[in-house]
Design a binder for this molecule. Structure first.
Ligand SMILES: [Zn+2]
Ligand SMILES: [Zn+2]
Length: 422
């Protein structure tokens, strides 16, 4: 029996990898325009890093992390998310020492042992960005503007931006207490998980997707009515900056994070195309308390993570995947012409021209059929005559237009003739 890939993982074959490369290239180009630099952290970390930040009693740490002991008995985990590793790297290398703002982005795989479903894998991939060293609301709006541009450039449409404030250590405890009181009156109407959470972490009840819990959640007090003056002003200012950027948003008071180190602004971008429960493409927020959880000094932080698989689901509906298209197909008549073709191909590739040669010993007719199938922009048939004269016939496949060129002129001709499709 042949060996198959592990459940929850997927191969990216050449037809689909093009879209991934486009997503990654857009992210790199655009994020760098906003002043971000790439950071690459290891795929695995000490389990402690995630136990401390995500919480050792969370589903992620309890059930979903790939955790193992190395040969020395140390507990190691494949990273389930990217923010804690970035913060660890910031502290370990003392990036914060200069007192400046650090804008970092990452692209890479994350690992969670969840039940696989559409757009959700056990090895999944994220593009994320983190800004360290400032809590300015304008910076938060700038991050969202960058995301907006990124998604627009890729052609992802129909996304809704949801925003909220989750308060701070000054105002949140009072709200959580109130939530707990309200929930204790409605125990019988809640799902078993919410019954537990209304004691342990009432904020997480607001996340519940179970239909029976929705009427209860709708009637719960809103955190926005319980923010302290600082948090209220910050949130108002953030919304005003979104307005400056002409970004549409919806305020959703139930959008919270059940982790204490999150403060202030939080946001998601959702799409109904991804179904009712798995609809967030991007999630992000402010995590000023994270650094101290890791034993560091206070470091302000704001960032997001975007699921590439989910974005791909949105983009695949609108885009044809296809293989790279050759600029020129060099067809040869005999062995000597092949040598000539190889030399010409080498020259052209050094000038950034995608030159294609067949190595399956096809007849000329079959080579031309292949050129058609690959959708090559030009073809050039090379035989004894061309070898001797040093002049080559180029045919533009789109309209059959033909020219004869000296070999030195081929690259610039091909480059100058990009045609309407490229
Ligand atoms: Zn507050
Ligand atoms: Zn529930």
């Amino acid at each position: 029996m042949t060996i198959k890939s592990v459940r929850g993982t997927h191969d990216l074959l050449p037809e689909s990898v093009q879209l991934w490369q486009r997503i990654e290239a857009s992210a790199r180009r655009l994020f760098e325009l906003y002043g971000y630099a790439e950071v690459r952290t290891p795929i695995f970390e000490q389990t402690e890093l995630f136990a401390r930040t995500i919480g050792s009693d969370s589903d992620i740490v309890q059930k979903e992390m790939y955790t193992f002991s190395d040969s020395k008995g140390k507990s190691i985990s494949l990273r389930p998310e990217g923010t804690a590793p970035v913060m660890r790297a910031n502290l370990e290398h003392g990036l914060y020492h200069d007192g400046g703002i650090h804008k970092l982005y990452y692209i890479g795989p994350m690992f969670r042992h969840e039940r696989p479903q559409k757009g959700r894998y056990r090895q999944f991939h994220q593009v994320g960005a983190e800004v360290l060293g400032s809590d300015h609301p304008a910076l938060e709006a700038e991050v969202i503007d960058m995301l907006d541009r990124f998604l627009e450039e890729l052609g992802a449409t129909g996304l809704r931006l949801l925003v909220n404030s989750v308060g701070c250590p000054t105002c949140r405890p009072g709200y959580v207490k109130l939530l707990r009181e309200e929930l204790s009156k409605r125990q019988d109407d809640l799902c078993p998980q919410c019954q537990r959470r209304s004691e342990t972490n009432p904020l997480r009840v607001l996340d519940c997707k179970v239909p029976a819990c929705q009427p209860v959640i709708d009637e719960l007090p809103s955190i926005l009515e319980h923010l302290c003056e600082n948090c209220r002003q910050h949130f108002e200012s953030f919304r005003a900056y979104l307005g400056h950027h002409k970004i549409h948003y919806e305020v959703v008071p139930r959008l919270v994070r059940g982790l204490d180190y999150y403060v202030g602004t939080t946001f998601e971008m959702v799409s109904s195309k991804l179904g009712p429960t798995q609809n967030a493409v991007v999630g992000g927020g402010r995590y000023d308390g994270l650094s101290q959880l890791l034993g560091g000094p206070p470091v302000q932080g704001f960032g997001f993570a975007l699921g590439i698989e989910r974005l791909v689901v949105l983009l695949e509906e609108t885009q044809d995947s296809q293989l790279p298209r050759p600029d020129i197909f060099l067809a040869y008549l005999d062995e000597q012409a092949l040598e000539e073709s190889l030399q010409l191909a080498q020259e052209l590739r050094r000038q950034e021209i995608f030159a294609y040669i067949d190595f399956q010993g096809r007849s000329l007719k079959a080579q031309m059929r292949l050129a058609n199938r690959l959708n090559s922009r030009f073809t050039c048939i090379i035989g004894e005559e061309e070898r001797k004269s040093g002049e080559f016939p180029l045919k533009r496949m789109e309209d059959g237009h033909q020219v004869t060129l000296k070999r030195k002129a081929i690259a610039s001709y091909v480059r100058g003739n990009h045609g309407p499709t490229r």
